[in-house]
Write a protein that binds this ligand. Sequence first.
Ligand SMILES: N[C@@H](CCC(=O)N[C@@H](CS)C(=O)NCC(=O)O)C(=O)O
Length: 208
Amino acid sequence: MSRIDFYTNPMSRGQIVRWALHEVGADHETHVLGYGEPMNSASYRAINPMGKVPAIVHDGQVVTECAAICAYLAEAFPAAGLAPEAHERADYYRWMFFAAGPIEQANSLKAMGVTPTHEQQRMVGCGDPERVMDALTAKFEKDAFVCGSRFTMADVYVGSHVDWGIAFGIMPKREALLAYAARLRERAAYQSAKAIDNALIAQQGQQQ
Ligand SMILES: N[C@@H](CCC(=O)N[C@@H](CS)C(=O)NCC(=O)O)C(=O)O
């Protein structure tokens, strides 16, 4: 019987992993960690030395980094059918890593109000943040999901960036991106996972 411990905070990228856990139907025990001291305790830093959530421990194996956790879960729970088939691997890995690198960077720069100069764009991994958004938009003008017409785990990760980016006003509200996010929000696993995090956020609000 396999065991998954899930370390998260409802107001964090842990929402991505909760959605992924629901998509694969994996039983898990949730450990909610507060920001600050709880995430930086020696016991948690033994799991994630970065002192960040999310993390999972699956039968004693630690996985950190949302993209890695999503890819890991898709493979660890093959019955869910969310890992890529051979012909889907190029898109799956390309866009998964594009989200973990360039999209993350472009969103962070935007959120911080930093626009890299032309010279800096040559060095920074995302290059021109506007081009990142253009590449992403062109992708979803062409395809319904990362791997074409089929939803895979890559959509949990890439889609979470789009969903959050639009909600926080850091991604442009372009039709293709809005339509992609709307498709994802229809998923039962998205809705059940968000309901849990939203309830936890409401609970935290009442305790303050
Ligand atoms: N690259 C990491 C980012 C994780 C991350 O930055 N988590 C934030 C919450 S969204 C966090 O734990 N911040 C707490 C801190 O840095 O003290 C991932 O994709 O999992």
